[in-house]
Ligand binder design. Structure first.
Ligand code: BGC
Length: 371
């Protein structure tokens, strides 16, 4: 009789405990009682995203959050499904690198309507329902890419490039679904336009690269080279991955290291290519600053505290599309040009990339001393 009562009490305790746990989960907390944050990535093909996933996961876990993370392999529909799914798992916040800044609006608006705080990370999602857009000065990225390439051509002030003999420039943009690609092109065009107008350079080809895929950039450059009979003088490419793809095609025609070309991200391979004298210029965007900015902002949003330092920008300005309405609170971090002269200090000494990666295949005698 007594043992039956003990058993009954035991079962009631289990029932009470499970009700309590279920209550927690329904409130956006996990069985552990932690608030859940979702990370949604367009892909892990670009070097930086995997690194940022790790940075943000560690920072959020340190703050006591539970982190769920998904990667969409460039599939727009899959990313929307993954976001919907994370919302139904009860996340309170989402940090999203959108594959497509238009398409992601569908799931992000639904999430925001359900009370989830959404941060557009690095890439804009074109809705004023996002709680913040945190990125770098992307127009400046484009300006620095074009300036690096123009400087390598000796412009302004060149006597080689004249109206009678303009430098033939190829412009490779990023993925057409990424709003950043629009901003990079905007900055590049600002710098290139006066030279185009005065006739000292001529844009001989202009093309977006789907998914920012290096293999697509290789193909695009092969086609451009054959259409131009290999007569190109410079390439303004929009990131290291696509620049290295283009460089493969250029190498096959003996143009690598002769024709200046830009990139972006100061990746390990990109920095190595700079050291080897093939990639002319990359752009350093310090993700070691962007990731903590995003996780601190998310923490404040979740706690209902004010976030300092954000400034409203109109979606019309951010998208270069006057038909867009509404404002978005933003922070944009500084960017820096990386070239042969400063790659060691900026990228290696600062620990952004490993010495052994950057100086891969470089004979010992030609390497600087290890920092
Ligand atoms: C980012 C770049 C990156 C590219 C490809 C852009 O939105 O700003 O840093 O190289 O996407 O992933």
């Amino acid at each position: 009789m007594k043992s039956k009562r003990i058993l009954m009490t035991f079962f009631s305790l289990i029932v009470i405990a499970s009700i309590a746990l279920a209550g927690c989960t329904g409130g956006g907390s996990s069985a552990t009682g932690k608030v859940k944050i979702g990370l949604s990535f367009s892909d892990f093909a670009t070097e930086r995203w995997k690194n940022e996933e790790k940075l943000m996961r560690d920072l959020l876990e340190k703050k006591g959050y539970e982190v769920i993370s998904q990667e969409a392999n460039h599939d727009v529909k899959l990313q929307n499904d993954q976001i919907d799914n994370m919302v139904s798992q009860g996340v309170k916040g989402l940090i999203v690198v959108a594959e497509d800044g238009d398409a992601a609006v569908t799931s992000v608006d639904k999430a925001a309507d359900a009370g989830v705080k959404v941060i557009a990370y690095d890439r804009l999602i074109k809705t004023s329902k996002i709680a913040a857009y945190l990125s770098f000065d992307n127009v400046e990225v484009g300006r620095q890419q074009a300036m690096g390439v123009m400087t390598a051509l000796g412009l302004p002030g060149s006597t080689t490039w004249t109206k009678a003999n303009p430098a033939k420039v190829v412009q490779l943009a990023g993925s057409p679904t990424d709003n950043n690609a629009t901003l990079f092109t905007k900055g590049q065009t600002e710098v290139l336009k006066p030279y185009i107008d005065s006739g000292v350079i001529k844009i001989v080809a202009q093309q977006g690269i789907d998914n920012w895929d290096p293999a697509n950039a290789l193909k695009a450059m092969e086609n451009i080279l054959s259409a131009q009979n290999n007569k190109i003088d410079a390439v303004v490419a929009s990131n290291d991955g696509t620049a290295l793809g283009a460089l493969q095609a250029m190498k096959a025609q003996g143009l690598a290291g002769k024709v200046p070309i830009s990139g972006q991200d100061a990746t390990a391979d990109g920095s190595n290519s700079i050291v080897k004298g093939e990639l002319t210029v990359s752009i350093m965007k310090d993700i070691r600053l962007l990731s903590p900015l995003a996780t601190d902002t998310m923490d404040k949003l979740i706690q209902g505290q004010p976030v300092d330092g954000m400034k409203n920008f109109s979606l019309a300005d951010l998208t270069v599309d006057p038909s867009k309405t509404g404002d978005v609170p933003c922070v944009f971090l500084k960017v820096q040009q990386v070239n042969k002269d400063n790659v060691f200090d900026l990228v290696v000494k600062s620990g952004f990339q490993a010495y052994d990666d950057v100086y891969r295949d470089i004979p010992e005698a030609q390497r600087p001393a290890k920092p």
